[in-house]
Design a binder for this molecule. Structure first.
Ligand SMILES: N[C@@H](CCC(=O)N[C@@H](CS)C(=O)NCC(=O)O)C(=O)O
Length: 210
């Protein structure tokens, strides 16, 4: 399998960490979505990452769909998301909130670097969405005493939240205050201490806008 995309993307990083935790070998092509879009296009016309190219050449797109395939590959006993039931729904909701937070953080980066003049209506909307999600995630995580969101085993929700917190903290430090979000800060610290998180990491390198 070949994973396309740089690890400064919270979406690419969560897929790479899941691959590592599952012990699935993969090659990595750290192609930039802007600088190397022409390389990505044959695999994904959206020119977005993550894109996972399977051994037969099939290209999977969208992190949720990619992780769904990885879960299928490792089977129900090893999968980090149950195949059905309440925990699956709850975990998918946390993943969707984290992923949406990631979308808004990425949008704000593009707004900052790609536009000469930022549109305050859009910036304020994204910032309100980000803090709204952080407040909900903080309350949810504070209500869980277990080491991970759904018990003693790490799951996709844990990885998604940790990856998006790192990205948001690096990209928009004013939007994440560890004093306001202590449970999320502790969650991120616990995940970031694990070997796959330490190995799969890249400081944020946003497009230059030139
Ligand atoms: N919903 C997508 C989001 C992926 C995404 O936003 N990737 C960014 C990099 S962090 C990207 O490809 N941006 C280029 C673009 O959207 O044009 C997923 O979960 O895979």
């Amino acid at each position: 399998m070949i994973l396309i995309g740089q690890y400064d993307s919270p979406f690419v990083r969560r897929v790479a960490i899941a691959l590592r935790l599952y012990g699935l070998p993969f090659e990595h092509r750290p192609w930039s979505t802007f600088g190397e879009a022409d390389k990505i296009a044959p695999f994904n016309p959206l020119r977005r990452v993550p894109t996972l190219v399977l051994d037969g050449g099939e290209a999977l797109i969208e992190s949720t769909a990619i992780l769904d395939y990885l879960d299928e590959l490792v089977g129900p006993d090893k999968a980090m998301l149950p195949a059905k039931g309440a925990e699956r729904r709850q975990q998918l909701r946390i993943c969707a909130l984290a992923s949406g937070l990631g979308d808004k953080s990425v949008s704000l980066v593009y707004e900052r670097v790609l536009r000469k003049q930022q549109l305050s209506l859009w910036v304020e909307r994204c910032e309100a969405q980000i803090s709204g999600v952080l407040d909900v995630l903080e309350q949810a995580r504070a209500g869980v005493a277990a080491p991970y969101w759904f018990g003693t085993r790490i799951g996709h929700a844990d990885i998604a939240v940790a990856c998006v917190l790192r990205f948001t903290t690096e990209a928009h430090p004013h939007l994440f205050d560890a004093v306001r979000y202590p449970a999320l800060a502790a969650h991120a610290a616990r995940c970031e201490a694990l070997p796959p998180f330490q190995e799969i990491v890249q400081p944020l390198a946003p497009p230059s806008g030139d």
